[in-house]
Design a protein around this ligand. Structure first.
Ligand SMILES: N[C@@H](CCC(=O)N[C@@H](CS)C(=O)NCC(=O)O)C(=O)O
Length: 220
């Protein structure tokens, strides 16, 4: 296949990366298929051709695009006749705000919750030491500390969901009348959390769960 998506893989082939989910959701929205190429955290040589060290990486013919936001913009611009991810320059700007909120508020809250489960259950053994040392350094906490603090991290993550919770009582999708990239950049984070540790976080959030499930169901 001329189109390939390099994506993170964990133990038992679990593909939990939120950034890779964004790319998969964007491809599905455009009705485009891609061969999914698994890549562990430490498989840096597999994606060296992209000139950077993170997944997702999309290869589309001669084009090589890394970073989930850049992939969404590339797909929107390269496939204008397919369903719109944004729907215009101003809408792209607002979707970027949502993407930035998900990156800077939601993801940091969720990572404190999911990290102990990722380490205990979902890493390929080859990635264990690299993942633990880089994440403990980044978060300034050990895995054991994060595990012990779970109740407070659960409350903090629920607090970050407030704008989403409120918006979804007022409209069907974050994007408005139909799903768009603003939904995908957000739901990818909650899909990551769900795949790694289940539904405790959203146990009392039926509307958010239904919105999430409707979106991720579209992905082949
Ligand atoms: N800003 C990037 C972030 C991508 C990212 O952090 N990917 C993680 C997987 S979830 C990664 O490849 N990490 C490699 C590493 O930590 O060495 C995006 O939006 O795609």
């Amino acid at each position: 296949m001329a189109r390939q998506l390099y994506e993170l893989v964990g133990a038992r082939d679990l593909r939990f990366s939120p950034f890779c989910w964004r790319a998969r959701l964007a491809l599905a929205h455009k009705g485009l298929e891609a061969e999914r190429i698994p890549c562990r955290f430490t498989d840096k040589d597999r994606i060296a051709f992209s000139g950077q060290e993170k997944v997702p990486v999309l290869v589309d013919g001669d084009e090589i695009v890394s970073d989930s936001w850049a992939i969404a913009c590339y797909l929107e611009d390269a496939y204008p006749d397919r369903p719109a991810l944004f729907g215009g320059a101003n809408a792209r700007g607002i979707a970027r705000f949502v993407n930035t909120w998900a990156d800077t508020r939601l993801a940091p809250a969720l990572v404190r919750l999911v990290m102990p489960s990722v380490v205990a259950n979902h890493l390929d053994p080859a990635d264990h030491d690299y993942f633990v040392s880089t994440r403990e350094q980044r978060l300034g906490k050990t895995v054991a500390e994060l595990r012990a603090e779970r109740p407070e991290h659960l409350q903090a993550a629920l607090a970050e969901l407030m704008p989403l919770r409120q918006l979804l009582t007022q409209q069907e999708w974050v994007n408005g009348e139909t799903p768009g990239y603003a939904d995908y950049s957000t739901v990818a984070m909650l899909q990551w959390q769900r795949l790694v540790e289940g539904d405790e976080l959203l146990a009392d959030e039926r509307r958010i769960r239904e919105w999430r499930d409707a979106l991720v169901e579209q992905v082949p």
